[in-house]
Ligand binder design. Structure first.
Ligand code: MSP
Length: 640
């Protein structure tokens, strides 16, 4: 067994629903992890959620939930999404896990005892979005470069981590390990940042300002700065300090992150590890942004793309292929549905899909779907360098995958697909089939083509695991055998003559750009998260809900309640209803509207007001649309 492989994604904030950006990073880690399993390397793949801090408290408040209930809700959205995208992680960490908390306490104490933490007064500019202080130098036109908001001046006593002490060590480490931070541009970015004196890092938040966090083990009045807590997930998940997983995997750690979090990973994290006496991670791989219309995809901009929606329209493997093929790891890419359709039709349906069905159709037509035998005597003349082309493809694929040049690795596979298509044109099996005397030649041509498909089915496995399996099944390969194992792939003539092959199928249906493209070109961010359909109910269950037509006769805001409006609705009798719709409606816009009221909902008190009923509305994040009628209806009419 070679060196183990430990790969991580950032742990995602639970203040945001998962979108294409999160999916990309996680799919990259999945692809890299699957690639290492092709080499029979012992792999461990970690992902999870970052659940402490101010952002989470504010997001929970917005949904009228306690932080604990809120983090459980959003964390489970991430957890449920990954299997849908065929993400094969080994462990899902949450920073609210008790094991994580005790590992964080352990490290904090260790650093504190070694004298790298001190207590001091601090006055600085704080960005609540980033949950950190900014120096004047880091601001752009006085604003946070990420959130484009003016940070607030804050003055308080806090604990500080002496990062400055490790500045020279970090510079030497980065320079001495050229593949520590890659691609190169990000290494240079970190080194250029390190040209200026490094300021010590404020690592606590007073509980009087923020309670939702891990208490400092040496001062119960403070919680730990969320980044200090979060970064430690990479070791706590392995059972640091004594866990067997930690002993096995830590030395091979590779972190995949987006460029937005280069600084915490490229500067804070190695210094924290050094100060805690833990060996530093091996690699940091940094990728660029998926943009929509040249802006980074994010909830606040309102241009998020929903991965499950793309999966349901285009199929999961096509979606995974597009992400890996379209983005050069490290650079930004623009997400466009036209480009996605184009890739599916040309690379997947045309090139790979056609080759697959052409070869299998010929195997059925000429050999009744049975893998032909190979006559060594005629093999050489029809070999045409196919075996060596396959081997070169595998070697180059390995090199590119190792470097995270996924788009190049895929290009190499597609070059080989092109070679196989050319092989068909040159050998013209339909001509060979016309003469009995060329039967031997026909056998070897079809056999070689099936072998070519076997290699392709293995090489696409990390990016398109489902389609790889489908291809494998159609080549009669042993479902239990790891058909994607690189050593097996490198052994030409693995397919067993005499094996019966299933009939060809359409591997990738073509997309008609006019008919099938159903995503609106301007993605409606607010309504983009489509939750799973709930378990079935009967018509009798539904009849229990008494829905009525109501007319809004008064609407007003409620002091101190950001989301709520107080409505008076006439459903044949007057009802007071408190509705969480004020971010989408002005009170005046609602008066006179006919709405759908749940009339038999148990009354509840909201902000001290007794709410007697509920309005139906489509709700996504903070946006909502109240259900109304397309013509006038008598108030109080039952809805069925
Ligand atoms: N919680 C921190 C990470 C702590 S790790 C110890 C955090 N979370 S996050 O939810 O904001 O996730 C940021 C990451 O999501 C990025 O680094 C990147 O991996 C991914 N992406 C989010 N938006 C993205 C794009 N628009 N494009 C590509 N990746 C993006 O930061």
């Amino acid at each position: 067994m070679s060196q183990p492989f430990y790969i991580t994604t950032p742990i995602y904030y639970v203040n945001d629903r998962p979108h294409l950006g999160h999916a990309y990073t996680t799919i990259v880690a999945d692809v890299a992890s699957r690639f290492h399993s092709m080499r029979q390397v012992d792999t461990f793949f970690l992902t999870g959620t970052d659940e402490h801090g101010d952002k989470v408290v504010r997001a929970a408040k917005n949904e009228n939930l306690t932080p604990r209930v809120y983090v459980n809700k959003i964390s489970s959205l991430f957890k449920a999404l990954w299997p849908e995208l065929k993400i094969k992680y080994d462990y899902f960490i949450r920073t609210t896990d008790v094991n994580h908390i005790s590992a964080v306490e352990h490290v904090m104490k260790k650093i504190y005892d070694s004298g790298d933490i001190y207590f001091s007064e601090y006055k600085g500019l704080y960005c609540f979005g980033c949950e950190r202080f900014y120096t004047e130098r880091e601001l752009v036109d006085g604003k946070c470069p990420d959130h484009e908001t003016t940070p607030e001046p804050i003055e308080e006593s806090n604990y500080f981590f002496k990062m400055s002490r490790y500045q020279n060590w970090l510079i030497d480490h980065i320079k001495g390990h050229p593949d520590f931070i890659t691609p190169e541009r990000y290494k240079n970015e970190v080194l250029s940042f390190l040209k200026e004196p490094l300021e010590d890092l404020c690592i606590s938040r007073p509980k009087k300002r923020l309670k939702w966090g891990i208490t400092l083990p040496f001062d119960k009045d403070y919680v730990i700065y969320v980044w200090f807590d979060a970064l430690l997930n990479y070791v706590s998940a392995l059972g640091y300090p004594d866990g067997e997983l930690f002993k096995t995997f830590w030395s091979s750690a590779l972190h995949v992150v987006g460029k937005d979090i280069l600084k915490p990973h490229g500067i804070y994290w190695p210094i924290m590890l050094r100060a805690a006496g833990i060996p530093v991670y091996k690699h940091l791989k940094v990728h660029g942004y998926w943009n929509v219309d040249q802006s980074k995809m994010s909830k606040s901009i309102g241009n998020v793309v929903e991965p499950l929606q793309l999966k349901s329209i285009y199929g999961l493997d096509a979606f995974r292929y597009f992400l890996m093929r379209e983005m050069t790891f490290g650079l930004d890419s623009n997400f466009g549905e036209d480009a996605l359709v184009q890739r599916i039709n040309s690379d997947l349906a045309n090139d790979l899909g056609n080759l697959f069905s052409r070869v299998l159709t010929m195997a059925h037509k000429y050999f009744s779907g049975i893998v032909p035998k190979v006559d060594m005597k005629v093999e050489n003349e029809l070999h045409l360098g196919l075996e060596s082309a396959a081997m070169t493809t595998i070697v180059e694929f390995e090199k590119d995958m190792e470097m995270f040049a996924f788009h190049k690795a895929l290009m190499k596979i597609w070059d080989f697909i092109g070679q196989l298509n050319k092989y068909i044109d040159i050998t013209a099996p339909w001509e060979l089939a016309k003469k009995k005397s060329s039967r031997r030649q026909l056998e070897i041509v079809i056999y070689n083509l099936l072998e070519g498909l076997r290699i392709i089915s293995g090489l696409i496995y990390p990016v398109m695991p489902d389609k790889a399996k489908t291809m494998q099944a159609h080549l009669g390969l042993d479902a239990n055998g790891p058909f994607y194992n690189l050593d097996t792939l490198k052994t030409w003539k693995t397919l067993k003559p005499g094996t019966t092959l299933p009939k060809s199928i359409t591997l990738f249906p073509r997309i008609d750009p006019k008919k099938d493209k159903v995503l609106p070109s301007e993605i409606d961010a607010s309504l983009s998260m489509v939750p799973a359909i709930k378990p079935e109910i009967t018509i009798d269950d539904l009849r229990e809900v008494d829905l009525r037509v109501g007319t809004v006769i008064r609407a007003e805001t409620i002091p101190r309640a950001k989301k709520l409006l107080k409505l008076e609705v006439d459903i044949g009798e007057k009802r007071t209803i408190v509705a969480g719709i004020s971010e989408s409606y002005n009170p005046d816009d609602l008066v006179g509207k006919q709405v759908v009221v749940v009339a038999n909902l148990k009354a509840a008190k909201l902000m001290g007001i007794r709410s007697n009923g509920m309005l139906l509305a489509a709700v996504a994040d903070t946006e909502c649309a109240v259900a109304t009628f397309d013509k006038k209806v008598k108030k109080g009419t039952p809805i069925g």
